[in-house]
Design a protein around this ligand. Structure first.
Ligand code: T5A
Ligand code: NA
Length: 221
């Protein structure tokens, strides 16, 4: 077996306003500082965000989320998935060159938000099959009531307590499936603590991966 290591793929998931973007940014900076990569080396870590609202597909998603357009539930689901597929080969390339990839939301949000509308879990999962699988998923756990009290809540389509409670149920199902199927580690983090405490808990889970990973990049399911 070759001793070459690849970068780790780490995903941050959770309910709306659980602090994903705040923590993804803190974690990105900490990973960057954790090792001096030198001038010519590939970047130590990159941070991606899903949905990536900057692409052509991302702009359609953005209009939908801000309720400026309406789309069939199946159609918007496939756009969210396509928005990940747009970046799949980029993720693989980064990991192969030894860069740690952090993603702020991923396929699990895709499944959870559509399945709660009543579309079947299997149908929701199908377009995600074959995407690069995370080595570690950090699920930021927060009660919908605490999330609703945070800044900016309620501005977008899905930011309602009844929606978030349903979404939470699907996330729990996904988390159990990931554990049972051994498809990559799924770790729940208490996101109701203050920012610094949550950052420490995330770091404890991520630190063992910062020196890289042996073995091939896994694929989802
Ligand atoms: N979606 C997404 C789908 O339906 N399908 C998909 O495939 C995908 C990928 C937009 C929507 O799209 C849906 C899910 C969403 O409904 P988004 O662009 O990720 O997804 O949404 P954002 O608005 O960027 O992110 P969130 O609303 O989920 O917020 P975050 O990132 O969880 O929270 P963050 O870090 O922005 O913090 C929110 C507020 O809380 C404060 C922050 O300062 C901020 O004001 N805060 C804290 N306050 C107290 N204690 C702490 N520990 C705090 N941490 C942060
Ligand atoms: Na966010």
């Amino acid at each position: 077996m070759s001793s070459t290591k690849r970068g780790a793929f780490v995903v941050i998931e959770g309910l709306d306003k659980s602090g994903k973007s705040t923590q993804a940014s803190l974690l990105h900076d900490r990973l960057q500082d954790s090792q001096d990569a030198g001038d010519t080396a590939p970047p130590k870590v990159v941070l991606l965000k899903f949905p990536d609202r900057t692409t052509a597909i991302g702009k359609m998603i953005d209009a939908y989320l801000r309720s400026e357009s309406d789309l069939d539930d199946h159609a918007i689901h496939l756009l969210f998935s396509a928005n990940r597929w747009e970046l799949a080969s980029t993720i693989t390339a980064y990991l192969t060159q030894g860069t740690t990839v952090l993603a702020d939301r991923y396929a699990f949000s895709g499944i959870a938000f559509t399945a709660r509308k009543g579309l079947s879990y299997e149908w929701c999962r199908a377009p995600e099959v074959g995407l690069p699988a995370p080595d570690l998923t950090l699920f930021l756990n927060i009660s919908p009531e605490v999330a609703a009290a945070r800044g900016g809540y309620g501005l977008e389509r899905y930011e309602r307590e009844d929606v978030q409670t349903d979404v939470r149920r699907v996330f729990d199902k996904i988390g159990r499936a990931m554990q049972e199927e051994g498809e990559g580690k799924w770790v729940e983090i208490d996101a109701g603590k203050n920012k610094e405490e949550v950052a420490e808990d995330l770091w404890r889970a991520v630190e063992p991966l910062v020196t890289g990973i042996h073995g091939p990049i896994n694929r989802l399911w």
